[in-house]
Design a protein around this ligand. Structure first.
Ligand SMILES: Cc1ncc(COP(=O)(O)O)c(C=O)c1O
Length: 413
């Protein structure tokens, strides 16, 4: 008899967890990481590191021996800094004592919010396509994710009648993300007001993931909670990962109505206890980074946006100009390939990694997501490779084993 090993364990796992598909993006990039000379327009991660002054704040705290837990809600200094930043930028008033919770990134804030809001079977509306984590997080919280179409012809913004059509007596919440991943969409005030009307009429809660708020290129960002009557219905999620190049620090915040923040804190205090103290101290410093430095980063992204969008259109891949975030979402329909096949072949034949749109929901079909959080040189080189790939179109090898490996990229929930 062979000895027992962890690999042969027959341990039974929760049905809720086994029903959730692995992340399409992660699977794709596990394959990418095995390959050489790949230009990645894949993972949405800033290419600049955390500013030195921010790193030093964490190092200084460590040197002073500040290595303990913080309050469950987070350092009061950080909550106060978040409150004044929201007030300074948007005129939004949140009490740092009980309307702000420091979380382990937006990711934890999202999970806490869903668990605090949902009873089993409650439905959550999610514009399609959307950030990959939304449907699984809703399911893991016992809820039911419901896609609402937000197609390219509507600028990737859900329309009021589309939302209405998907509302049932079980609809509890709407998940919004503007500027949006994967489309870069930013609704104007009229479109947001139309959504707010539906929210009001059907008494919904809104979880608004505004992690890309600083990356709104053509107009100042408009938080959903600023719309009339939305402050008391909206949970604003944000963090430090994207704006301050702090993805690995794992720190973010939730700002919203006191009862919801209290319910989220109850879960957080038993699960995470608190976000890392060093990350919180670094985040306080990040909020002191002068506005001109943040703006310089935004301006840099704006140049990359122009380069990639005009390049893709020049190559015949129809691409709208994304108003925010750092993703271009061109259509590959003209190539006759599915997004999955296009991305697989592009990776294999041209060594450029992009994410097939299906990973973001059925509405992503026919599109690929190209993150432009990479240098202009890399963007130019990627465009040249895509050009050569499109030139040689039709002269490709038979479906490769790589393609078979990628068949598991989930479509839909
Ligand atoms: C829309 C969106 N929300 C949340 C996250 C995760 O944020 P955090 O690093 O703060 O957990 C990402 C990361 O790509 C994202 O694109």
């Amino acid at each position: 008899m062979s000895p027992a090993s962890p690999a042969t364990s027959t341990m039974r796992l929760s049905r809720a967890v086994t029903a959730v598909p692995p992340s399409g993006i992660r699977q794709f990039f596990d394959v990418v990481s095995q390959m050489e000379d790949v230009i990645s327009l894949g993972v949405g991660e800033p290419d600049f590191g955390t500013a030195w002054r921010v790193r030093e704040a964490a190092i200084y705290g460590l040197e002073r021996g500040r290595t303990t837990y913080t309050a469950n809600s987070g350092l009061l200094d950080l909550r106060t800094a978040v409150a004044s930043s929201l007030f300074g930028r948007y005129d939004l008033e949140y009490d740092p004592e009980d309307e702000i919770l420091i979380t382990v990134g937006v990711s934890e804030g999202l999970d806490l919010a869903l668990r605090a809001l949902l009873d089993p079977g409650d439905e959550v509306l999610i514009p399609d396509p959307a950030y990959v984590a939304y449907p699984p997080c809703v399911s893991l919280a016992g809820g039911v994710p419901v896609w609402v179409p937000a197609p390219a012809r509507d600028g990737f913004i859900p329309q009021a009648d589309g939302l209405e059509r998907h509302i049932t007596p079980r609809t509890r919440a709407l998940l919004l993300n503007y500027p949006g991943n994967p489309t870069g969409a930013v609704p104007d005030r009229a479109a947001l007001n139309a959504i707010a009307d539906v929210v009001r009429r059907h008494d919904l809660a809104v979880i608004s993931d505004e992690i890309y708020d600083r990356l709104s290129y053509d107009a100042p960002h408009l938080p959903f909670s600023m719309l009339p009557g939305m402050l008391e219905r909206t949970l604003l999620l944000n963090g430090f990962s994207k704006t301050y190049g702090m993805t690995g620090w794992r720190v973010g915040y939730a700002a919203g109505p006191k009862p919801l923040i209290a319910a989220m804190t109850r879960i957080h205090q038993y699960t995470a206890l608190c976000a890392s103290r060093q990350a919180q101290e670094a985040a306080v410093e990040a909020l002191r980074v002068p506005e001109r430095e943040v703006q310089a980063t935004v301006d840099d992204y704006a140049l990359r946006r122009q380069a990639i969008v005009s390049g893709l259109n020049r190559l015949g891949l129809d691409c709208h100009l994304p108003a925010g975030a750092f993703y271009a979402f061109p259509s590959v329909v003209s190539t006759g390939l599915s997004a999955h096949d296009f991305a697989t072949r592009l990776l294999h034949e041209a060594r450029v990694a992009v994410v097939p749109g299906e990973a973001f929901g059925p509405g992503g079909a026919g599109h690929i997501r190209c993150a432009y959080a990479t240098s202009l040189n890399q963007i130019e080189e990627a465009l040249e490779r895509i050009d050569r790939f499109l030139d040689g179109f039709g002269r490709h090898a038979e479906a490769s084993s790589l393609s078979e490996n990628l068949q598991t990229v989930p479509t839909g929930f």
